[in-house]
Design a protein around this ligand. Structure first.
Ligand SMILES: [Zn+2]
Length: 182
């Protein structure tokens, strides 16, 4: 199965300009309709939101965290307009790779199940953008295991193909979680 995120003309550039505007991590959301086309799942942007300074609990060069109010408002909007949620954030200082950090993965373990529960198991797509490229993980089925994104198809711009540096390294992330023996 392939998974695509389709963006209308201009949105790709708008998101990337927001995310890489400075040395500080930024966050944006895309509200996307979900369609199954043969074997493919296609998420098509319907609306978007660029996170503002007041949305952040913590907003530093290396770590960002949205307030509970902002998260809950964004999930509610997705629910109200009948879309799934795509989150994008940036690692502006990573000039060599594009991959999620261990703290990103820790955040997903908590947030993704909550968000999917609120949105009745709709898919959740997370994208990280750096000057070197982009990486993505999607939670689509009920297994709780993430899958890769085939491409971001931004109209009028070249497709963005994720580096897949995170998914090829998931074992490492798992190894970082302490296992409690029997
Ligand atoms: Zn991150």
């Amino acid at each position: 199965m392939s998974l695509y995120l389709d963006l209308p003309v201009g949105l790709g550039e708008k998101l990337w300009s927001h995310l890489l505007q400075s040395d500080v991590e930024q966050v944006a959301f895309v509200f996307a309709a979900v369609a199954i086309e043969g074997d493919d799942t296609v998420l098509t942007a319907q609306d978007h939101y660029l996170a503002e300074p007041g949305d952040f609990e913590i907003h530093s060069e290396f770590h960002v965290e949205l307030t509970d109010e902002a998260r809950s408002r964004i999930i509610k909007r997705a629910w109200d307009i009948g879309t799934t949620l795509v989150e994008l954030h940036s690692h502006p200082g990573d000039f060599w790779s594009a991959k999620f950090s261990p703290s990103d993965m820790h955040g997903f373990a908590e947030f993704v199940p909550h968000c999917r529960w609120r949105l009745r198991s709709r898919p959740y797509l997370a994208i990280v953008v750096s000057p070197a490229g982009a990486d993505a993980l999607a939670w689509v089925d009920k297994s709780g295991e993430p899958m890769g994104l085939t491409a971001i198809r931004a109209r009028g711009e070249p497709d963005v193909v994720p580096t897949n540096q995170t998914i090829s390294d998931l074992v490492t992330f798992k190894a970082e979680v302490p296992e409690h023996g029997p």
